[in-house]
Design a protein around this ligand. Structure first.
Ligand code: KG4
Ligand code: ZN
Length: 332
């Protein structure tokens, strides 16, 4: 089965073609970073307008790159939620129209599930596994028992890890999105230079909290010590506080579930320190740690096409009443 995937949940318009036997045939991502950068974050109305402009050329490019016309496509998968409603509706209406015109089955993909299964584009992982999903909008741990079998083990009580990275970068005077800037700066800094707070909550909790860390950084930057600090050391120490908690809680959750497999996903899992520490700590705990390559950690449609292919070929089809949804369907 060959599936066209479309993703427009936030500030990336993406399309991809995935084939069960040939694998990923194309993956196109059009980023709106230049549009939102000036505002220090994603402006929902601008995002929808950009998706409207990009969706057709992006889908055309993905089909061309995959040398696939409508006849070669067996189904269409599209992100239905969670995300920005106006943005989601652009991709959703486009996908519904294609499905109707081409007479191909449609699958409404959950964005979080797409991230959680993205690892299969490059790696073989056995079920069950524990997935740490860390992005701009979400920071959660899941037990993944199979395709469509996802149970949330815990999540953030306040900010998502990516949001904490982005807000910290803003406080340090860098643009949006800031996670990647902090990652780069931190390579030249000392992660043990400043002791920023780690919110561990209860030791057996799979929940997270990053708002205290954000406040601690703001207070520190406004202090005389903060004003004189090397920005690389601040970035490395701040990043370490996030990474340490993420890795500790992910491994702890997997151990409590009795599952020796951990999968990372979402934009923040592109972070080099998180990747290195998850591998090191995972190996020390006897755990198999699988990571998608960086381009498949951040938003893309390859993961949507893959999930769509698995679900459509299992007979799971969405009806014409498929609608977009803003909030996560998973609860703690
Ligand atoms: O998954 P994603 O592309 O979109 C959402 O669904 O949210 O994640 C975007 C988030 C942003 O907060 C961005 O700053 C963060 O991922 N991010 C990073 C890195 N690359 C992207 N955070 C830390 N280090 C990175 N290298
Ligand atoms: Zn995402």
């Amino acid at each position: 089965m060959r599936v066209l995937g479309i993703e427009s949940s936030c500030d990336e318009t993406a399309a991809a073609v995935y084939d069960r036997s040939a694998g990923l045939l194309s993956s196109v991502v059009s980023s709106q970073v230049a549009v939102h950068g000036a505002y220090g974050g994603v402006v929902p109305e601008l995002a929808s307008r950009e998706h409207l402009k990009s969706v057709l050329p992006v889908v055309e490019r993905a089909l061309l790159d995959a040398s696939s016309g409508p006849d070669a496509i067996d189904g269409i998968a599209v992100t239905a939620g969670p995300g920005l409603i106006g943005s989601l509706l652009v991709g959703l209406c486009f996908a519904k129209s294609l499905s109707f015109a081409w007479e191909k089955p449609l699958f409404g993909a959950d964005h979080l599930e797409s991230h959680i299964y993205a690892v299969f584009l490059e790696h073989r992982v056995e079920f069950p596994y524990v997935a740490l999903l860390v992005s701009g909008g979400h920071t959660s741990l899941f037990r993944v028992g199979g395709w469509g079998e996802v149970r949330q083990l815990g999540g953030t009580l306040d900010d998502a890890a990516g949001e904490a990275f982005d807000k910290a970068a803003k406080m340090m005077g860098f643009g949006y999105p800031g996670g990647v800037v902090i990652d780069r700066l931190a390579r030249g800094g000392d992660p043990a230079r400043y002791a920023f707070p780690r919110a561990r909550l209860k030791s057996d909790s799979a929940d997270f909290s990053f708002s205290g860390l954000k406040t601690a950084l703001r207070t520190f930057l406004a202090s005389p010590e903060g004003a004189a600090a090397r920005i690389e050391d601040v970035a490395a120490s701040f990043q370490e506080a996030i990474v340490e908690v993420l890795v500790e809680k992910a491994i702890g959750a997997a151990q409590r579930e009795g599952i020796p497999r951990l999968v990372l996903s979402g934009g923040v899992s592109a972070n080099s320190r998180l990747r290195a520490r998850a591998r090191e700590r995972g190996a020390a705990a006897g755990m198999e740690v699988s990571l998608p390559s960086r381009a498949l950690c951040t938003d893309n449609a390859a993961m949507v096409a893959l999930l769509g292919e698995r679900r459509l070929s299992a007979g799971v089809v969405s009806g014409p009443d498929l609608n977009a949804y803003a909030a996560s369907r998973f609860s703690r």
